[in-house]
Structure formats: C-alpha cells, structure tokens
Design a protein around this ligand. Sequence first.
Ligand SMILES: Cc1cc2nc3c(=O)[nH]c(=O)nc-3n(C[C@H](O)[C@H](O)[C@H](O)COP(=O)(O)OP(=O)(O)OC[C@H]3O[C@@H](n4cnc5c(N)ncnc54)[C@H](O)[C@@H]3O)c2cc1C
Length: 434
Amino acid sequence: MSLRLAIVGAGPSAFYCAHRVLSRVPAAVVHLYDRLWAPHGLVRYGVAPDHPEVKNCTHKFDETAQNPQFKFFGNVSLSERVPLANSLSIPLSSLFPHYTHLILAHGAGQSVQLTNLDPLHIHPTPTIHHYAYDFNWSWKCLSDVARLLLSDPDKLSPLDIPLHVIDQLKSSSIWHIDIVSRRGPLQLRELLNLPGASMDSIPPTLFPDLSSPGLSRQQSRILALLAKGSKNPPRSTPKTFSIRFLRSPRSSSSLDRTITYDLNTLDAHDRAQTTGESEMQRTDLIVTSLGYRSDHGWYDPSLGRSVRRIGALVKNVYTSGWAANGARGVLASTMYDAYSVADTLVADYVSGEAGAGGATAAGNPGTISVRLRRTGVPSFLREVSIQQGKRIVQYEQWKMIDEEETRRGQRIGKERERMRWEEVQEFLAQKSVQ
Ligand SMILES: Cc1cc2nc3c(=O)[nH]c(=O)nc-3n(C[C@H](O)[C@H](O)[C@H](O)COP(=O)(O)OP(=O)(O)OC[C@H]3O[C@@H](n4cnc5c(N)ncnc54)[C@H](O)[C@@H]3O)c2cc1C
C-alpha cells in the first residue's frame, strides 16, 4: 500500500517530517493540516520580531511545499476540543480512513495558568510584572517580551510587528519592568545590552562563587554577565528593569493593586522551596509567561512514537516536535527530532512492521485513497468546508498572502505588515481564489 501521511500541525516539526519522508519515499503523499490559516507555527507566531534571521528556515519549508506530493490545508482544526472561531473543525478520526500514517505535530499550545491571581486591570501604567515559573521557554518568552517593551518603538517599526502594536508601544507609559522568577539567574545578554534601558543591580548574595567547579562554562559566563549588570548603569535611563529571583506569586489584588510573593530558597536539588516568608509589592499590570504544555488528551508522550488512545495503542501514529517533547528545544533540535520520527515511520513502513492497521483504530485500515478535487482539496474535506462555510487555505494561497504582506510592509518601510483573517479573505476573494 502506498504511503499516505497526514500531519496535524504545520509548524517546523511538520515541515521537517514532511521533507524527510518525501526524501526517503518520493512517491509518498504528505498532507499537512493546521488550525491556523498561515503555516510555520511558532516561526510566524512565536519567534521574536527582532530576530528575523531565525525565520530563514521558511525558505526550506517553501522548497518542501513545492513538491507535488505535498499539500497544506490551513484553517483546519483537528480537535476534540473547542475549535478556533474561524477555523473549519473536523475530528481527528475523520483522517483515519484516508491516510495510512499520521504524525501529531501540533506543538505545545496549552499555556500554563495561575489560578490564584486576581487579574489586575490592564493599564499602560508604570510596572509590568512578568512571572516565570519555568526556566527554559517561559524565561525566553518573557525576556523577549521585556526586551520589546523596553526597546525604542522607532527601532522596532521596520520589523515584523503590526503597525497597531507599534502605535501601542509608542503610547505606552511603561517605565519599569520586574521580571520575577522562582529560581535563580539565567541568560539575558540582549536585555542587558539594550541602549535605552538599565537593570537594577542584583544582590551579590544571590551569586554563587563563580570559580565553583559545579558550574559549567556557560553558567559561569551568564552569572558573570548578570553580576556585571547592564551596559547602562542602574537607573541612568528612562526605562528600567529588575530581575527578582527566588519568588513565586501567591496572590494578587486588583483592589489595592498589589501582588504577594512567597519567598523561596533552593534545596539540594535546586528545587524552589518556600521559606515561609512573603513580600507584597504594588503593581499596575501582570503579564504571565509560565510556559507551555502539550495537549496530552491525544496521546501518552511516554510511549514515544506510538500513541495511546482510549486505552489501546494506535498503530502508525507518531508524535513529533513540541507535541511530543513539550516546550523544549529550538529549531535545530526540533529538526533532529522530526528527522528521527520520520525515519522511524519510514522504517516501519518499509519493513511492513506496522501491519495491516492504517493510521487508525480498529476497523479503518486507511484504504480509502485521498481523492483530490480540482481545487486540490480532498473530497471529504471539501464537503465539510461547504457545510461549515469555512475557507481552507492552501500553500499557493499562503504564498500569495505572504507576498502581499511583504508588499504592504515595503510600502511603509517595514519587513512585512501582517494581514488579519478578514483582510485575507477579502484579498483571496479579489484574486478569485476558491
Ligand atoms: C516565543 C518563542 C520564541 C522562539 N524563538 C526561537 C528562536 O529564536 N530560535 C529557535 O531556534 N527557536 C525558537 N523558538 C522555538 C521554536 O519556535 C520551536 O522549536 C518550534 O516552533 C517547535 O515546532 P513544532 O512544529 O513542534 O511546534 P509549533 O511551532 O508550535 O507548531 C505547531 C503547529 O500545530 C498547529 N496546531 C495546534 N493544534 C492543532 C490542531 N488541533 N489542529 C491543527 N493544527 C494544530 C499550530 O497552529 C501550529 O502551527 C521559539 C519559541 C517561542 C515560543
């Protein structure tokens, strides 16, 4: 049976999987489904706009998309949960009869929430508190956000940030940001070098002995950077920030605009333990950045490439990228993970180890071929699209939108000006794209 692969998600992991499978099995059919109308996942919606070079990987994704065996169906949500308002929604099981293999590459889209915070009114007033509960990605996200809020909006305006956001940044009266972390210091080099901002000094008692043999070279370098402080001396600039370690937010009150932290200490395994003491502080705005996790309803990540569903292993279903590993790793590690998942899938396919069961639970062997209509959309999907009155965006259409966004940006001296879904629909209608 020929290999027909559906991938849920069209982020980097999905594109790397698609590329690898098509290079190993050129006759394979590979279809990517994404609940967003634009492909590329967090490369479009996550990577900081002042790091445009990271987005160069999309050239590679464009190359993969040129393969005639490849198709992208954007604005299609495969979910048993509440779908996005504009997107067409189909259950995961509706793919089973049409494909022999399935890769879940839907990322780690569920953000971790704090339940005991009384959200303060969003006011563009002095202080932003940023909670970091987990080191890796929440730390990266919050340093990205803090850096952008502390940057000169005129320097950001040529980048991939919508004009209305630039306008908001220009009218913002934020002058100080506290970055709060329940554990100790990590890397923040770019924040420290911002031309228009300065960091409050970190109490020297928080720094271990930099020559301690327990520290890696990278850790020593980061600690030395933080101990040295920002390029601008503390409080020498209109905008300032501080990094406040060993604190966990306990509660907040919108009445007196305060936040209360539990103060922490680190145990022998570097886990944050409360000291029993607390600290109250005034604040005007809280931004949380607590990390992301994957929707585990679909599979048991401990099973690796196989998927547990309603108590049974589902053959020929694989997980890749942040969906498999949680919010861990950069594009390079996501690529290696995707390649290894694709290699496993291809090896299973070639050896026939996966047996007769297609990308399915019992009874649906994936034997119905995917019939593409004149529009390039599979028949079963086209029918649902008409029923739900929702548009599907294919890769050729995305490329037209991509070019239009770039054109609109160039007109006003920017890298690109992003279009809203309403504008996209209008634009595609003008181009008479069905
Ligand atoms: C703020 C931020 C900044 C980053 N900066 C960098 C950087 O500078 N350099 C770097 O190397 N890496 C960076 N990364 C990491 C990089 O973005 C990830 O490694 C990579 O995007 C993970 O790819 P993925 O395909 O697994 O997940 P994602 O990129 O999250 O893609 C998942 C896709 O699945 C889709 N999806 C989800 N649910 C469904 C569903 N039910 N049905 C259909 N589709 C669905 C989503 O819409 C999304 O398009 C950053 C990440 C973040 C969050």
